[in-house]
Write a protein that binds this ligand. Structure first.
Ligand SMILES: [Mg+2]
Length: 147
């Protein structure tokens, strides 16, 4: 794989239940999806606010569950070399985060509006409703991975 798909994943609330600073119950399905992604040649970056000892605990916790990160709160070394910099924003093809909102409005940026069902709709500038973007996290993620 020349340009492997890069996934940046959050820890608290995504890989485990959010009980920060403690580590909550594991989200085994997400962990398994990421391990399979790596087996298929993809890259996974841990993208978390944890630092120091709390970060070390999280990394070890993931290692004990078979998930070894290609980078931690950092860009992949090959991308740093390719672009000649290491910007503060971790670059990825996808960002998996319990607080994420998918904006799939297509070619133009859209506005997010809350709908009656508690979800969000992405609106383009012509005010056409494009997509309901708030769905259960796992359902959103599964469609992006090949079986
Ligand atoms: Mg989180």
């Amino acid at each position: 794989m020349n340009n492997p798909k890069v996934i940046a994943v959050d820890f608290d609330g995504t890989l485990c239940e959010n009980q920060w600073p403690r580590i909550g119950h594991e989200n085994r399905q997400i962990i398994n999806l990421l391990v399979r992604h790596q087996v298929n040649g993809g890259k996974v970056i841990l993208w978390t606010c944890r630092e120091g000892e709390l970060l070390d605990e999280a990394v070890l916790w993931c290692l004990n569950r078979g998930l070894r990160f290609d980078a931690i709160n950092d860009n992949l070394p090959e991308n740093i070399a390719r672009y000649g910099n290491n910007c503060r924003k971790v670059w990825a093809d996808e960002y998996w985060d319990d607080k994420s909102v998918i904006i799939s409005a297509g070619k133009r940026p859209g506005l997010l509006r809350k709908d009656d069902a508690g979800g969000y709709r992405a609106m383009n500038w012509s005010r056409e409703t494009l997509t309901i973007v708030k769905k259960p996290l796992l359902a959103r993620l599964k469609r992006w991975l090949k079986p």
